[in-house]
Ligand binder design. Structure first.
Ligand SMILES: [Zn+2]
Ligand SMILES: [Zn+2]
Ligand SMILES: [Zn+2]
Length: 89
């Protein structure tokens, strides 16, 4: 873990991975996404802030689930929305 990690990131012992490589919320409304993020509190996979609907950051705000992991192949990092903290694992 990098020194930039916040307490939310440091509390994660096992990183949750995407069950399916799709944004659950975009699939429901027939929208497209750019990148995928997996919520580390509930395991839902949603789209990133470069995607039109920004479902991951919306989920973080509405649910209070702070940390997501990248669900992109080859990427191993965590991001905390409230702290704007980033860590590779
Ligand atoms: Zn945090
Ligand atoms: Zn989405
Ligand atoms: Zn969540």
């Amino acid at each position: 873990m990098s020194a930039d990690a916040c307490p939310h990131i440091l509390a994660i012992e096992t990183v949750k991975h995407a069950k399916k490589r799709e944004c659950e919320a975009c699939v429901k409304i027939g929208a497209r996404w750019v990148h995928l993020r997996t919520c580390q509190t509930c395991g839902v996979t949603l789209c990133c802030d470069s995607s039109p609907n920004r479902h991951a950051s919306k989920h973080a705000r509405e649910s209070g689930h702070p940390v997501v992991a990248s669900a992109e192949p080859g990427e191993q990092w965590l991001y905390c929305f409230p702290d704007d903290a980033f860590a590779e694992y």
